[in-house]
Design a protein around this ligand. Structure first.
Ligand code: HEC
Length: 130
């Protein structure tokens, strides 16, 4: 019996150990939304459709429009792993801008974001997909 309990506790600890770190590192979409509303909304728009005032002006001027995050499709593959729009790709585009990966200079590098900010922004962008 003691052995059974010990084994169960061990199993529980292993399961928790496997779950807790991933939730601890997963982005917080609500916190990401706050950053998005401060730094990205002028182009990407409140709904993430790319229809913020600056985004609309860019499109009207014949420039590439900001990505529509409600579609959830991405164009760039900065880490060159063959899959566009992975979490790593999105973070690299935010930090380094799109130009260096063959995209528009208007998606300029955004300075001063922590790793947690980036995780949170990714979580928020993912939450916009309809
Ligand atoms: C000055 C306008 C502007 C601002 C501000 C801006 N973006 Fe963008 N963003 C763009 C444009 C334009 C594109 C499309 C680039 C292209 O097609 O090459 C884009 C594309 C993207 C993409 C898509 C990359 C892909 O592979 O398809 C992501 C992700 C992104 N932006 C995230 C953000 C985040 C997060 C912020 C705020 C921290 C932000 N952007 C701020 C204009 C902007």
């Amino acid at each position: 019996m003691t052995r059974f309990i010990t084994t169960s506790l061990l199993m529980t600890a292993m399961v928790l150990g496997a779950i807790v770190p991933s939730t601890a590192f997963a982005g917080d979409a609500e916190a990401g939304k706050a950053k998005f509303m401060a730094l990205c909304v002028s182009c990407h728009g409140e709904s993430g459709k790319g229809d913020g005032p600056t985004g609309l002006a860019l499109a009207a001027a014949g420039q590439p429009a900001p990505r529509d995050f409600t579609v959830g499709e991405f164009v760039l593959d900065p880490d060159k792993d063959g899959t566009k729009g992975t979490d790593a790709d999105i973070k690299m585009v935010i930090v380094n801008g799109a130009l260096v990966y063959g995209g528009s200079p208007l998606m300029a590098p955004i300075a001063g974001l922590t790793d947690a900010d980036l995780d949170n922004l990714v979580a928020f962008i993912r939450s916009l997909k309809q």
